[in-house]
Ligand binder design. Structure first.
Ligand SMILES: [Zn+2]
Length: 45
């Protein structure tokens, strides 16, 4: 759920960092809705 309600979200790609225990997994070019205002991203379903 988008919380800032100021920016529009646009479909684009982002880099997602997942951390589990001692492993950090970086996934690039993940399709997501990216907020133009705050830069927060929301993964597409
Ligand atoms: Zn936002």
């Amino acid at each position: 759920m988008h919380h800032c309600k100021l920016g529009e979200t646009q479909l684009g790609t982002t880099t997602v960092t997942l951390k589990r225990d001692n492993v950090t997994l970086v996934v690039k070019n993940v399709l997501a809705e990216v907020c133009e205002d705050c830069g927060e991203y929301y993964l597409s379903r």
